[in-house]
Ligand binder design. Structure first.
Ligand code: THU
Length: 161
């Protein structure tokens, strides 16, 4: 038996003002995207912004449905919009944030498991790490260099690619 320790690395910025200008721009786009959220059930407004290798930013927000499972998270709305509008262009980074009607969101918002798998897919497809920026309404921002850290031992089957 081998005991294996998998690394989990990320950078923590005390405030978005300490990010470099390109990350700041992406996070601002995600923050603006929260205003486009359709969340009449949770009143939790998630914004995501994807930056492509060609510099284009595509945003998305969570879209809920009266039949709950039909809704979609902000991250996948942004990712799927980006790759369908710009097929073949690799994804460089994604910023995620949220605000809520009934409480503050002080902590960085981390993507759900399905969105992690969806982000990982595009790392595999483009053979390029995706930088992930996580933020709450304000305060600290976490930057993770690859989905490898957020989804260790992910489902990955070369035979299916
Ligand atoms: N949500 C996202 O948009 N992204 C996530 O990673 C987690 C959750 C949305 C789904 C739902 O509309 C609301 O947040 C509350 O769960």
């Amino acid at each position: 038996m081998k005991h294996i320790v998998h690394p989990f690395e990320f950078d923590e910025y005390p405030s978005s003002l300490e990010l470099d200008p390109s990350d700041q721009e992406l996070l601002e786009a995600a923050r603006r995207a929260t205003a486009t959220s359709y969340a009449p059930y949770s009143h939790y407004y998630v914004g995501a912004a994807v930056k492509l290798e060609n510099g284009t930013i595509v945003t998305g927000s969570n879209q809920e449905n009266i039949s709950f499972p039909a809704g979609l998270c902000a991250e996948r709305v942004a990712l799927f919009a980006a790759v369908s509008k710009y097929p073949g262009v690799a994804i460089e980074s994604i910023a995620i944030t949220a605000k809520a009607e009934n409480f503050e969101v002080p902590d960085p918002v981390s993507p759900c498991g399905i969105c992690r798998q969806a982000i990982a897919e595009y790392e595999m497809k483009f053979d390029r790490k995706i930088r992930i920026l996580l933020s709450g309404e304000k305060g600290k921002v976490l930057a993770i260099e690859s989905m490898e850290f957020l989804l260790p031992l992910m489902f990955r089957e070369k035979g299916l690619l």
